[in-house]
Design a protein around this ligand. Structure first.
Ligand code: COA
Ligand code: AMP
Length: 624
């Protein structure tokens, strides 16, 4: 049996022994004696009697074990021209003082803290400071509008909200404080304190009693020690798009997460402590949580916080420059980032300027990796590319080429094999296993391995109904796909109302709710249409109420603005098209799949159940 096969087999036939063994790779305050146990909801929980602190593992442990002077964090910001490096010792001290600052504001274990910040070191200090106190952070991506922030404030009920005076997007400076003020005004829950890190580009006004200046508080604060927490205590809540307008608060257990992060660094990424690991993502997404902050630091690597884009900051050589300048061993980003580079530098000329001698492997995730992008990157960089598949819900790869165990010859379009711990099965509508090559629901047989969510924040029913009840004994991923005769997994896309735009996960259901809230809209449908650069972009089809036909152009513009105002620019909602009617079945179900096929110029089969076949022609003419 190959190394992968035997490891995988043990991980799914005897997960308790397998993961208890892996748990020894991290330094617990109280090591777990029990691997897995059902909680009051009947959900399997990892290491229930273990005690630890993630900030300790990420920082203090390394300082105590000889890595104090190694660089832990590199900050590289082409949008401001700033660069900085923090050793493990300095980073620990910054985090300990930030934790002291939060503690003096009354934050204690179990309290929530919302972090709405750009890609600056203070965002990383803040996350780790929460972990140090046992407080639960919830990072909100800067590209979300006040409404999205308000929804998260209301759900997480934070004691403190941490922010900065602005974010910087290429050449645009985006003031954050007015967005924070609006979000708090619109939310039923009000945080007690709003702490603002003032950046030189914008001075935010701190005109409310709850507002405080980060630097002033930090200067007075004293370092706070690590607070032991139970393995099953939450480390963070990260909201992600589901099928409805309300995002789901994915709750991450502390202990399982730390063990999985540590395990993944060697098995999935094949990277060693002391090496430089770079996830070119944002701390607002799960990739940023796991692979900018937690995993590289727990593993003793150097991590990079890059405040820039793959292109335009200043050119399509930015990624290669960073890899070369900091001796990066592993690079991880979304396919869309490489498509953006390829578009601006089709012959890969910038790559020639940077030898990148230490770079071994490039990982991609966040959306389907299209074979042309895979081939372009491999051809021009000469480095192997690993496509791996994962979700906010799991926090790490469900399928990968497990190069730390065994390197498979990959197949373009496939995320290769299930990662040890994930018993991936393809199920049909009735829950039976599909034959090789037969497409179905991608599910994971329970128990899920460490790090995967065990509930949705304060809404356990949503966890049960969204993931577990469709096929008893399985977690349903929301993606469809198949496994071929060689056991390679092909993820073909979402089977629900979720789309991936530039590797960002968004809900078309939410966009439909927003469009439907406009006074002129009778009904609507939003689908993810193919986009060469972003993978998918949302396209809205709208039927107007009687009496609203005269100002169609204005209404279309108002609808685009409404989605931008309520979700944020990151939604990339630029097109609302007015149609006379939507294609539906006789029972009233909107034929979204066919709308998408029309938008993508694909052929489609007209279902026998269609109510009005002429509606398809309407849609086709309107989309153009
Ligand atoms: N704060 C404020 N606004 C933001 C933002 C942030 N953190 N991130 C994005 N936006 C804005 C952009 O400025 C843009 O606004 P505009 O409509 O006014 O131009 C809009 O949101 C759309 O952004 P994006 O989809 O990122 O498009 P882009 O053209 O700016 O960049 C890419 C395209 C491909 C370069 C960029 O999306 C990218 O680097 N993607 C990598 C994906 C990634 O990190 N995924 C995470 C999982 S690995
Ligand atoms: P997120 O929760 O934002 O990480 O998005 C998770 C979703 O992104 C998955 O459910 C997939 O639809 C998609 N995804 C992530 N990685 C891949 C991949 N390697 N191949 C195909 N789809 C992917």
């Amino acid at each position: 049996m190959s190394s992968y096969q035997s490891t995988f087999k043990q991980s799914v036939t005897d997960p308790a022994t397998f993961w208890l063994e892996q748990s020894k790779q991290i330094d617990w305050f109280t090591p777990p004696s029990i691997a897995i146990q059902s909680d009051e909801n009947g959900i399997e929980r990892w290491f229930p009697d273990g005690e630890l602190n993630t900030a300790y593992l990420a920082l203090d442990y390394h300082v105590e074990n000889g890595r104090g002077d190694q660089t832990a964090l590199i900050y590289d910001s082409p949008v401001t021209g700033k660069k900085a490096q923090y050793s493990y010792r300095v980073l620990r001290d910054q985090v300990a003082t930030t934790a002291g600052m939060l503690s003096e504001l009354g934050v204690v274990k179990g309290d929530r803290v919302i972090i709405y910040m750009p890609m600056i070191p203070q965002a990383v200090f803040a996350m780790l400071a929460c972990a140090r106190l046992g407080a639960i952070h919830s990072v909100v991506f800067g590209g979300f509008a006040p409404n999205e922030l308000a929804v998260r404030i209301e759900d997480a009920e934070p004691k403190v909200l941490l922010t900065a005076s602005c974010g910087i997007e290429v050449s645009k400076v985006i003031p954050y404080k007015p967005m924070v003020d609006k979000a708090i005004m619109d939310s039923r829950w009000k945080p007690e304190h709003v702490v603002v890190y003032q950046r030189p580009e914008v001075q935010a006004s701190l005109d409310q009693e709850r507002d405080a200046d980060w630097a002033a508080l930090f200067e007075k604060a004293t370092a706070h020690d690590c607070v032991p927490v139970k393995a099953t205590d939450p480390l963070y809540i990260l909201y992600t798009s589901g099928t409805t307008g309300k995002p789901k608060g994915v709750v991450r257990d502390t202990g399982g997460h730390a063990v999985a992060m540590k395990y993944s660094m060697s098995t999935v990424y094949n990277v060693s402590p002391g090496e430089v690991y770079w996830a070119a993502s944002d701390v607002g997404w799960v990739v940023g949580h796991s692979y900018i902050v937690y995993a590289p630091l727990i593993h003793g690597c150097t991590t990079i916080l890059f405040e820039g884009k793959p292109v335009r900051t200043p050119d399509p050589g930015a990624f290669w420059r960073v890899c070369d300048e900091y001796n990066v061993s592993v690079l991880f980003s979304a396919p869309t980032a490489f498509r953006a580079i390829k578009k601006e530098d089709p012959d890969g000329q910038e790559i020639q300027n940077y030898p990148m001698t230490t770079l071994r492997t490039i990982f991609m995730a966040g959306e389907r990796l299209d074979p042309p992008t895979l081939e372009w990157v491999e051809l021009h960089t000469g480095k192997p590319v690993v496509d791996h598949w994962w979700q906010t819900e799991t926090g790490w790869a469900i399928a990968t080429n497990p190069i730390g165990l065994e390197s498979f010859v990959t197949k373009p379009g496939s995320a290769t094999k299930p990662t040890p711990g994930f018993d991936v099965q393809i199920l049909n509508e009735t829950g039976q296993a599909c034959a090789p090559l037969e497409q179905g629901f991608i599910a994971v047989e329970r128990p899920m391995p460490p790090s995967c969510l065990a509930t949705v924040w304060r809404n356990h029913d949503r966890f049960e109904s969204g993931y577990l009840s469709q096929f008893p004994g399985y977690y349903v991923s929301g993606d469809g796909g198949y496994i071929d005769e060689d056991g390679f997994l092909f993820v073909m896309g979402r089977i629900d109302d979720v789309i991936n735009v530039s590797g960002h996960r968004l809900s078309t259901g939410e966009m439909e709710e927003i469009l439907g809230g406009h006074e002129a809209v009778a009904e609507c449908a939003v689908v993810g249409a193919y986009d060469e650069l972003k993978g998918q972009v949302p396209l809205g089809l709208v039927v107007l109420k009687d009496g609203y036909f005269s100002n169609q152009g204005d209404i279309e513009k108002a609808l685009v603005k409404k989605v931008r105002d309520e979700i944020g620019p990151v939604a990339c909602f630029h097109r609302a098209v007015i149609v006379d009617r939507l294609p539906k079945t006789r029972s009233g179900k909107i034929l979204r799949r066919i709308i998408r096929q029309i938008a993508d110029g694909e052929s489609y089969t007209i279902p026998s159940t269609i109510d009005d076949p002429a509606s398809l022609e309407d849609v086709s003419n309107a989309i153009g």
